[in-house]
Write a protein of this length. Structure first.
Length: 483
């Protein structure tokens, strides 16, 4: 579908392309359309091929418009880099994007690609800690780093290759391998991943792409330190007790005493101002400590992902003088999660499907409202009936159920946020009793809404939402914990 020969036909203005609809035709039409700002929404259900389509669109843009070699390489390598940190194996897709991104390609007055801007959305941070669904994995970079550290620890790195010779001699990489290598090798969360040979080959490609996007060798080593720290934090069975405190200090520099206090004590200040205030300190429960450790892993990885995207983004940014000059075009590519419905759907699916519901509303507004305006301009909607129907189509009931209504009920998100502020998820360990309290609260607050659906199979912890794309039932176990 995205062969070089087909791309050449669409890129050659003198050669008529095939008549069948194609992604390349959509990109070419956006380039030829009047106006300076255009965008393509790459959407579809999980596993439909959005990631491949985004790659192909960028490659076609570089081919059709032309670009300096360094700009082209950094732009095309940005996608595989982000996939290593933000893609994972799911039940439907071996390389599923667990984040969204908006890439805006800048094209000069002369029609050449001069750079781009990058903005990530909604990384699924909960995937780095806690239990994983059956047959699913965490992010690719964890498996790649585990294999890399193992061969460095055992002294069996591939020979005759400059990268492995560099890593073997580098003190920073030897330090990371010594501290985190054995723990990642023993991690149950990383069991069942790709083969070691595949991971080493993928890591070699990732390292080279990170350098090509503008990162230094030091940046890559620091990135590996954080990934290793998140990996040992996330697996609370492989590394427990005081060992995690020592490893975190060696990997990312957090002092043992500070982290020990964070995990074991909570401080509350009560009373008036100044000298009248009183400090109360209590010990955290074991469950609170485990929850905080998982949350720290998620926050640390989210910060790392944002840092990586910023470095990648700075590498593809167009020159300031070209941005100031103006006069060219900007073509945006929005690549976002597709609508998801699995045999068991959790908090992640609720957020993903909410995003898709908002996109559906935007689509309805853009398409149907423009049609209504055309009808009115041609005198075909004198009684306003068509416009009224369009406004009804733009009001999606599922959105009101999820986000609430001004002056009405709080909505599902309001209920979850309220429960999250009030208490830790008491049944956050994944037992069969978990989720009952939150499901009951959602049903009590939102049960009368027309888009709410009650589960006939497991009403104690499952509720349903009638989305635009269809009904989906959500299991509320871990809702509060993941929120």
């Amino acid at each position: 579908a995205f062969s070089e020969a087909l791309a050449a036909r669409y890129a050659d203005l003198g050669c008529p392309p095939p008549s069948a609809p194609h992604l390349y035709a959509a990109v070419a039409a956006a380039l030829a359309a009047p106006g300076s700002h255009h965008a393509l929404l790459i959407s579809g259900e999980s596993g439909a091929g959005k990631t491949e389509a985004a790659r192909a669109a960028l490659a076609f843009l570089a081919r059709r418009c032309g670009a300096a070699e360094v700009v082209r390489d950094r732009l095309l390598h940005s996608n595989p880099v982000l996939e290593a940190f933000g893609n994972a194996r799911t039940r439907q897709n071996g390389n599923s994007s667990r984040f969204g991104k908006f890439v805006e390609v800048h094209i000069s007055r002369g029609g050449r690609v001069v750079g781009g801007t990058l903005r990530p959305y909604m990384l699924e941070a909960s995937r780095v800690a806690g239990g994983l669904p059956e047959a699913e994995g965490t992010y690719h970079v964890f498996y790649q780093l585990r294999a890399t550290l193992r061969v460095l620890v055992d002294g069996v790195a591939p020979t005759g290759q400059p990268l492995w010779e560099t890593l073997t001699r580098a003190n920073a990489w030897q330090s990371i391998a010594k501290v985190a290598g054995p723990a990642l090798a023993a991690s149950g969360r990383l069991a069942g991943g790709p083969s070691e040979a595949e991971c080493l080959e993928a890591f070699k490609g990732l390292y080279e792409r990170l350098l090509s996007t503008g990162m230094s060798h030091g940046h890559v080593a620091e990135c590996a330190r954080v990934v290793a720290a998140v990996g040992v934090l996330a697996d609370q069975e492989a590394v427990s007790g005081e060992a995690i405190l020592t490893m975190m200090e060696e990997l990312v520099g957090t002092r043992e005493e500070d982290l020990r206090w964070f995990f074991t004590r909570v401080e509350t200040t009560v009373g008036g101002h100044g000298a009248g205030r009183e400090r109360l300190v209590r010990a955290r429960s074991e469950h609170e400590a485990r929850t905080l450790r998982a949350s720290l892993a998620q926050e640390l990885y989210s910060a790392l992902f944002l840092w990586v995207t910023r470095l990648v983004g700075s590498g593809i940014a167009p020159p300031l003088d070209m941005r100031a000059a103006g006069g060219g075009k900007r073509l945006g590519l929005l690549d976002l999660y597709g609508f998801e419905i699995f045999p068991s759907n959790g908090f992640e699916q609720l957020l993903i499907n909410y995003c898709n519901e908002r996109l559906q509303q935007l689509f309805n507004r853009q398409v149907f409202l423009s049609e209504a305006e055309d009808y009115a301009a041609e005198g075909l909607d004198s009684d306003g009936q068509w416009h009224s129907l369009v406004m009804t189509a733009c009001r999606l009931p599922a959105l009101a159920l999820l986000q609430g209504e001004p002056g009405g009920f709080a909505g599902i998100f309001g209920v979850v946020s309220d429960r999250s502020r009030c208490l830790f998820d008491v049944h956050g360990t994944g037992d069969e009793k978990g989720g009952g309290e939150i499901a009951e609260a959602i049903a009590a607050a939102c049960g009368s809404h027309p888009a709410f659906r009650r589960s006939t199979r497991e009403p104690a912890r499952v509720f349903g939402v009638a989305h635009f794309a269809g009904e989906v039932f959500y299991d509320t176990r871990h809702f509060v914990h993941k929120n």
